[in-house]
Design a protein around this ligand. Structure first.
Ligand code: ZN
Length: 207
C-alpha cells in the first residue's frame, strides 16, 4: 500500500514500512508513487511519512528497500549514519515543519565505516582529510560495544545503530520531547545485505 494511504501515526507508518520491506524481500514490490501524476502532485509541497537517517552505502537505497516512492520519505544519508549539526537540523525540520511521526535510523551489514573504525581502534590506519570525522564519530559506539563484551562486525553495526538512536534522543530536546509524549516513534534498524531484511535493533512508540 502506498504510504500516502497509511495512518500518519508512529505505528501506522512503521507497519507500512515493514510491509514494504517484506514486498522488497519477496521481489514483489509495488513501486508505488513513482509515476508522473505523483510527481506533479508533489510540485506544491511534501508530506513524507518518516525521516530516515541511513548510511550512504550504495547497497542501502532507502526508497527501494521500503518499496516507496516520491514524497514518501525524508532521507538523510551519511557514511556510517553519523550525526552532526546538519543532520540534527534535518531531522528536527522533518519533525517540526513536515510533522513526520517516525524517525528511522538504519545501519547495515558489512558497513565499511564501522569496519574501518574497528580497524583504526586496533591500531590500523586512520584516513586523512575529512574522512577522519567518520572514524571519530563511529568510534564511541564501537568502544561502548566492546565495553559490553561485543566483538563481531554484526554486533558493532547493531550497537552503532542503538548508540545513534540514543544520541539523537539525548542531544535533541525537541525530538526527545515528542518521543516522550508518544507523538513521534523512533526505530533503529540493521539492514541485511544478504536477504534484504531491515532487522529491528530498537523500537520506541511503535508497538
Ligand atoms: Zn555503511
Amino acid at each position: 500500500m502506498p504510504l500516502r494511504n497509511v495512518e500518519r501515526t508512529p505505528t501506522g507508518v512503521w507497519e507500512a514500512l515493514q510491509a514494504g520491506n517484506q514486498r522488497f524481500m519477496d521481489h514483489r514490490g509495488d513501486h508505488p508513487n513513482q509515476d508522473a501524476p505523483r510527481r506533479a502532485a508533489l510540485r506544491d509541497g511534501q508530506k513524507p511519512s518518516a525521516v530516515v537517517i541511513s548510511c550512504s552505502d550504495s547497497r542501502v537505497p532507502v526508497e527501494i528497500i521500503f518499496d516507496v516512492g516520491l514524497g514518501d520519505l525524508f532521507v538523510v544519508r551519511t557514511a556510517g549514519e553519523i550525526l552532526d549539526q546538519a543532520v540534527f537540523g534535518s531531522i528536527e525540520y522533518a519533525i517540526e515543519a513536515l510533522d513526520v511521526p517516525l524517525v528511522v535510523v538504519m545501519g547495515h551489514e558489512s558497513c565499511g565505516a564501522v569496519a574501518a573504525t574497528a580497524a583504526a581502534l586496533d591500531g590500523g590506519e586512520i584516513p586523512g582529510g575529512y574522512q577522519r570525522v567518520l572514524i571519530e564519530k563511529v568510534a564511541p559506539s564501537i568502544l561502548e560495544a566492546r565495553g559490553l563484551g561485543k566483538s563481531t562486525a554484526e554486533e558493532y553495526e547493531g550497537h552503532h545503530v542503538l548508540a545513534t538512536v540514543n544520541q539523537i534522543l539525548s542531544r535533541s530536546p525537541e525530538i526527545a520531547e515528542r518521543v516522550e509524549q508518544g507523538k513521534v516513534g523512533i526505530v533503529g534498524l540493521r539492514y541485511r545485505l544478504s536477504d534484504g531484511f531491515t532487522e529491528p535493533v530498537i523500537t520506541r512508540n511503535v508497538d
